[in-house]
Design a protein around this ligand. Structure first.
Ligand SMILES: [Zn+2]
Length: 172
């Protein structure tokens, strides 16, 4: 078959990933989220499990991936009509779960989201997991580095410092 000589290797690595994410518990967590959100599940490409009609409110981006399970409140056919590369983006997240050894992905992702918010004012565009998976492929816009979050925190801190002194002035 022309053009498919890379397939055996790719499929072997996909098997490694599927087994890894089974053993590290992340796919189990994804299936748990699927059940909690009463999503319908079906086999997807590259050893992924597609779960559609997820009903919980959190988390609710267009789609999100836990282990080898890709979940959405919508369905993948309509999502892919809007963004043909969405599953490539989610597939990269499945690799990230694998590289992180499963559940450590969660705190690392939280730190990356916080860093992104501090630097760019949103939780995705400076998040190295989202950047690694491809911002455009995940339908994210890239915000410039503005230290928006840092500046907001600084303003809050200043208000906190100034308020007690204003109250103190008033009482004299
Ligand atoms: Zn993503």
């Amino acid at each position: 078959m022309p053009g498919t000589s890379h397939r055996p290797v790719a499929e072997r690595w996909l098997r490694v990933r599927r087994t890894g994410n089974l053993l590290n518990g992340s796919t189990a967590l994804g299936l748990l989220a699927c059940r909690a959100g009463r999503a319908r599940r079906r086999p997807g490409p590259r050893g992924l499990i597609l779960a559609e009609g997820y009903r919980l409110r959190f988390p609710r981006p267009g789609a999100f991936t836990v282990g080898n399970v890709v979940l959405t409140a919508s369905d993948f056919e309509s999502l892919q009509r809007g963004n043909g590369e969405l599953l490539d983006h989610e597939d990269a997240h499945a690799w990230q779960w694998f590289y992180c050894g499963g559940l450590p992905f969660l705190p690392l992702y939280a730190v990356a989201s916080a860093w992104s918010w501090l630097r760019r004012g949103d939780v995705a565009s400076g998040n190295w997991f989202e950047r690694g998976a491809g911002l455009a492929r995940g339908s994210y816009l890239e915000a410039p580095v503005s230290n928006a979050g840092f500046r907001l925190l600084l303003r809050r801190a200043q208000t906190l410092i100034e308020k007690p002194s204003r109250l103190a002035e008033r009482s004299f």
